[in-house]
Design a protein around this ligand. Sequence first.
Ligand code: AFP
Length: 362
Amino acid sequence: MIAADSPTDLQNPPSSGRDYAIDRDCTTLSRHVLEQLQSFSPDAQDLSALMNRIALAGKLIARRLSRAGLMEGVLGFTGDVNVQGESVKKMDIFANEVFISVFKQSGLVCRLASEEMDDPYYIPENCPMGRYTLLYDPIDGSSNVDININVGSIFSIRQQEGEDTDGTAQDLLHNGRKQLAAGYILYGPSTMLVYSIGKGVHAFTLDPSLGEFILSNENIQTPEHGPVYSVNEGNFWQWDESIRNYIRYVHRHEGYTARYGGAMVGDFHRILFQGGVFLYPGTVKKPEGKLRLLYESAPMAFLIEQSGGLATTGTQDILDAIPEKLHARTPLIIGSKEDVALVKSFIQEGARDQEEALMAKR
Ligand code: AFP
C-alpha cells in the first residue's frame, strides 16, 4: 500500500524516498496464484494465466464503466431479451464479449458459459489444448450501470470433463465443489478482484496508475456474526412464511441493520468483510429465486466457505446443489455462520409446521 499524500506532503516534498516508500510488498495476482500453489507446474501456470486473463477482462470493463456517462451508445438497453427473460443492457453485451475476446487469445479455455448466452460458447481453436471452462456473469447488477452505482462480474473455473461432442455441456451439471477457482470483480469507488483457488480468499485492488491488481487483503475471514441483513424486502408478500418469520425476527431485535444495493457482488463484498447475511429466497413468481447456480451462487458459495462462512439453499449447502440445466436457479442464503444458521432454523421450523399441519389433516 502506498502512503497517502497529506497536504503537508505536497507542500514539502520528501527529502528521501522513505516518505513515499511502499510499505507493502507489491504482490501481483499472477505471482500470488503461483505462491499459493507453491509450484511452477503446468497446472499452476495455467491457473495463474487464467487469473491474469480474468484480470485483463476486469480492467477493460472497469475502463469502459468509468467513462460510460461520456460515451455514445454505452448505457441503456439493447432491446433484446436474454435466455432468462430479462432485458439486455448494452454493458451486458460489451462485458460478455470482453470475456470471450480475452479468452480467445488465452489458448486455455475451450468453452465459456454466461448469463448472456443460451448455449455454451466454444473456441474450437483452443479445444485441443484448452482444458478449462469459464462460467461467468459479465455484469451482475446491470440495472445499476445507468445510474453509476457499483456493479460486478462473477466468475468460476471448472475443468472440462470429456469431449462434450454433442456440445450440450452435460459435464457442467455437477456440484460446486468441482470449481477450481472462483471470484468476482467489484467495480466500485476502486476496482477490486477477489478470488479463491481453495486456499483462502484474497482481495486485490486495481492501481490505475500501474494498471495492475495489487494484493490488498490476504486470507479474508468473515466474522461469525454481523449486523447486516441484505434482502429485497419488496418481495415480502411473495415469500414463504418461514422467511417472513425471519424478517419479523430481525425487525423486532436490536442489533440488525438492512443494506441492499441491487447488485449481489457489492452486497456480498460487504458481508465477506464485515459479516451478516444476504438472502435471495424463492418467491411466488420465481420459486427457485432469481440467482443462477453455476455462475452466481456457486462461485460466491466457494468464496464464503473459504472465508469461514456458509451458503445454503435453505435445505442444502449450495456447493452440494446439482443444477438440472446450465441456467438453473437456486434460492441463496449466504454469509456469516451464525446468521445463515439462524435463517436455516426458521426454514426448518417452517418445514416442521407444514409437516404437522399435513399430519393433522390426515
Ligand atoms: P441484474 O444483473 O439483472 O440487474 O440482476 C442482479 C441480481 O442478479 C443480483 O445481483 C441482485 O442481488 C439481484 O439480482 C437483485 O434483484 P432484485 O431487483 O429482484 O432485488
